[in-house]
Structures are given as structure tokens and as C-alpha cells.
Design a protein around this ligand. Structure first.
Ligand SMILES: Cc1cc2nc3c(=O)[nH]c(=O)nc-3n(C[C@H](O)[C@H](O)[C@H](O)COP(=O)(O)OP(=O)(O)OC[C@H]3O[C@@H](n4cnc5c(N)ncnc54)[C@H](O)[C@@H]3O)c2cc1C
Length: 410
């Protein structure tokens, strides 16, 4: 299909990495995602014999989990061309956006652990992860709680909005109680977590610390997987802390460093939302490609429907939106990679909102081009639409994120 790519100055090496990621997206992620999506019970998605594990193994065998790991641990972080990182992220979203989130977040605690190599337990955790080609060590990011979603972006220092998962230091351990919500991606299969914990309740969300923990510590249990409309290949579930004992060394941002976390607000938004923007750019492109292909195959009025002007106009509008999203996401991702000490959360949130809203628009228009078959489960479009729609809520509802990000403009 003649889809002209207009990025300038992309090296041959980067294009080769993109090609490899594209093959992985098409040959592994897309079919695995479709199979997992059709499973009626989300418990099947994470069963021992599930194809989910094929995707995890293939991802690790390709060393994709090493992209953001430092060279000292055998990783590629310092040498990775930001354009390669961008294009590979886009390809993951092209394959399957739910799996892209599952695979992406599976790295998170270990990428963080690698930043704390002076803590022996975290150093060991990062090393073990680099060696794991089987997908036995899996991470998650546990921030949202049953009663606190938007509060994480907008609650600030208001004690009414503070987290319910709280930790109290006793000797060398934090005693942690509370529950993280059923929305934690990989919550049901994760072995490790980046955990946000309230340490100074009178300071609300601003009184939260950060721990990098194994989830087999005493007092931690997990709930059953959540059943939901979109991104069904992405398992999600709550994590419950009942007098859980977290050794002090895992609390990398303790009470004394909480001010540092407050200052990190824009950086956290930039990291999480920047990544979302990139994968949804990939999903938007995938929905366009499907609709374009179908428009040339489906005959109505004696000709391929592409020949009808209404279909042409729709396709060109979709193409325009896909290219706008890709251009915007690239610009944001390349800037933030070059300014990792002070990335722009504003641009990341803007890119996330644009990408998720346009991916939903493009998938919806693709459904229109498919006609009745757009609703049928044997075609990929209705899944893409459901997956895209979830993005406007994922990693923060677009409205609450926007309200948080607009203040960075001042
Ligand atoms: C696919 C997916 C993956 C996710 N992955 C993770 C994960 O890995 N880890 C994790 O911890 N969480 C995860 N989440 C949770 C996600 O971050 C939350 O769903 C999101 O932050 C919204 O919280 P909520 O669902 O509690 O909605 P609420 O905060 O209850 O929002 C409900 C409505 O009220 C509005 N609202 C809320 N607060 C305000 C306010 N102060 N001012 C104005 N309007 C407001 C919102 O805009 C929204 O329309 C995921 C969610 C999804 C859908």
C-alpha cells in the first residue's frame, strides 16, 4: 500500500528497528490480541496456557524489555535513538494497544529499580529482570484507588483527596494498608509494582511516597481480573494491602523526599501520557489502514467503495487526522527525550488527549466505511473502536488531565 512516510533524517538502523517492531506487531501482537479479546472470561486471558505468554516471551526474546535499561545492565537506554524509541512505540500500538500497555508497563518497576543501583535489593531486582527471557517477572504501576482516580491529578494538598493506601514506618518496615483499584494494568499477573503510598495524610496526594516492591511480601493479595469493554487483552485487577510489611529500602521516595515527588508532577505526567500518545498514534494508523484496504475490496454500485466520493472524503479526513496525531506525538516525544530532566507534561497531555480522541474518531469512521461488517466481531474494526475509546479514560480521564496540565502553562 503506498503510504508515504515523510520523516526526514531517519537512519537505516532506526528503519530496521522499526521494521522488526512492525513484524512483531503484525505477526505476534495483532493475532494474540484478537484471540485474547474474544475470550468471554478475563480469567482465560491470564491462564497458564493462554497465548498472552507467547507475546510476553517473544517480546523478551527480542530484548524489547532492555530498551530503557542502562548500558551497565546490558540495556540500550543511553544509545537508543529517540526516533527509534518513538517508532517502536507506535508499532506496538499498531499491533494491539491493550497488549502494548501490558508489555510496556511490565518494564516499569525494573526501569525504576535500575535508577537505584546503590540499594542492593533493587540492583538485584533490575539484574534479574534483564536476565528474564521467559516473562516471569512482570511489573505494574499501582496508583489509582477505588475512591481516588482524578484525585491523583487534581487533589493536590487537600487531605480530603489523599490516598487510602497509607504506610506507617515501624522500625525498618512500612506497615501498609488499603487497596489499589481494579484498573491497575497487569494487576492480576504482576510480580512487582511501582506503588504510590500515602505517608503524610494531612498533605493529601502531595504527601505520597513511592515504593518499588515485589508483590510476594507478607500481607499483599490480588483480586480477580476485571471484565471490561475495551483492551480486553490487557489484564487489570486490584491489589490489596492488609498490614503488608514493606522493607524500608523499597520506599525510594520516603517522607523526607516527598517535596521532591511534588516537584516531579509534570515529569510523571510527561512520562505516562507521552507513552500513551505514541501508542494511540499507532492505533489510529492501524484503523486507517484497515479501512483503506477494505474500501478497495468491497464492491457496491458495481465498483470498489473507494470510488464513491463520500468514502474518499472520509478516508482523506482520517488520513489527515492520523498524520496530525503522528506529527504531534513525534514532536513531543523527541523534545521530551532530549529534555528528560525537565520534560513538557503539557505537551504530553495535549498529545495524549489528541491521540486518544483522534484514534477514537478514526476507528469510528473506519466502522462507517466497513458498514455492517464494522460491527461484526470477525473484522478488526469494532475491537479497535472499543480499544481506542478506553484511551480517553486510561492513565487519567482526558478532562482531569487537561485541567492539571493547563496550569503548567502559567
Ligand atoms: C485501560 C485503562 C488502564 C489503566 N491502567 C492503570 C494502571 O496501570 N494503574 C493505575 O493505577 N490505574 C490505571 N487506570 C486507572 C485510570 O488512571 C483511572 O481510571 C483514571 O485516572 C480515572 O479515574 P476514575 O476511573 O476513578 O474516574 P473518576 O476520577 O471517578 O472520574 C469520573 C468523572 O469525574 C470527572 N472528575 C473527577 N475528578 C474531577 C475533578 N476534581 N474535577 C472535575 N472533574 C472531575 C472525570 O473527568 C470523569 O469524567 C487505567 C484505566 C484504564 C481505563
Amino acid at each position: 500500500m503506498p503510504y508515504r512516510e515523510i520523516d526526514l533524517n531517519v537512519s537505516k538502523e532506526v528503519l530496521a528497528m522499526q521494521k522488526e517492531a512492525h513484524e512483531f506487531a503484525k505477526k505476534v501482537m495483532r493475532p494474540v490480541g484478537v484471540e485474547l479479546d474474544k475470550m468471554p472470561d478475563p480469567a482465560e486471558v491470564i491462564a497458564k496456557d493462554s497465548v498472552l505468554w507467547d507475546a510476553f516471551k517473544a517480546y523478551r526474546e527480542m530484548d524489547l524489555h532492555m530498551l530503557q535499561m542502562p548500558k551497565a545492565l546490558g540495556g540500550m537506554a543511553e544509545d537508543l535513538d529517540p526516533m527509534a524509541a518513538y517508532l517502536m512505540g507506535e508499532e506496538m500500538g499498531y499491533g494491539d494497544v491493550g497488549l502494548a500497555v501490558s508489555l510496556g508497563v511490565s518494564n516499569m518497576p525494573f526501569n525504576f529499580a535500575a535508577l537505584f543501583q546503590h540499594v542492593p535489593e533493587l540492583n538485584q531486582m533490575a539484574h534479574d529482570y534483564c536476565e528474564d527471557k521467559e516473562g516471569q517477572m512482570i511489573g505494574c504501576w499501582a496508583i489509582t484507588e477505588p475512591d481516588h482516580g482524578g484525585d491523583w491529578s487534581l487533589g493536590g494538598e487537600d487531605p480530603k483527596c489523599g490516598p487510602s493506601v497509607v504506610g506507617v514506618l515501624k522500625g525498618d518496615e512500612y506497615i501498609v494498608n488499603g487497596e489499589k483499584s481494579a484498573w491497575v494494568s497487569n494487576g492480576t499477573i504482576a510480580t512487582h509494582a511501582v506503588l504510590h503510598v500515602g505517608l503524610v495524610p494531612e498533605k493529601g496526594m502531595a504527601g505520597s511516597g513511592l515504593a518499588i516492591i515485589p508483590l510476594d511480601l507478607p500481607g499483599i493479595t490480588k483480586d480477580k481480573p476485571l471484565d471490561k469493554m475495551g483492551q480486553r487483552p490487557l489484564n487489570q485487577g486490584s491489589i490489596i494491602f492488609q498490614d503488608a510489611r514493606i522493607p524500608k529500602q523499597y520506599m525510594v521516595i520516603g517522607e523526607e523526599a516527598i517535596e521532591f515527588m511534588v516537584g516531579m508532577g509534570e515529569t510523571i505526567l510527561a512520562g505516562a501520557n507521552g507513552g500513551m500518545a505514541v501508542i494511540y498514534a499507532g492505533l489510529a494508523k492501524a484503523a486507517f489502514d484497515e479501512a483503506f484496504r477494505y474500501s478497495q475490496e468491497r464492491i457496491q454500485g458495481g465498483v470498489p467503495i473507494f470510488e464513491h466520493q463520500n468514502v474518499k472524503l472520509k478516508l482523506f479526513k482520517m488520513f489527515t487526522m492520523v498524520e496530525a496525531v503522528r506529527a504531534n506525538s513525534r514532536r513531543m516525544a523527541l523534545y521530551n527525550a532530549a529534555n528528560s530532566d525537565a520534560p513538557s507534561g503539557t505537551h504530553a497531555v495535549a498529545a495524549k488527549c489528541l491521540a486518544t480522541e483522534m484514534a477514537t474518531f478514526v476507528a469510528s469512521e473506519a466502522m462507517q466505511i466497513f458498514g455492517g461488517y464494522g460491527l461484526a466481531r470477525e473484522y478488526p474494526i469494532e475491537k479497535m473502536y472499543r480499544d481506542a475509546r478506553a484511551g480517553m479514560i486510561e492513565d487519567g480521564v482526558n478532562e482531569t488531565l487537561s485541567l492539571a496540565a493547563v496550569d503548567f502553562l502559567v
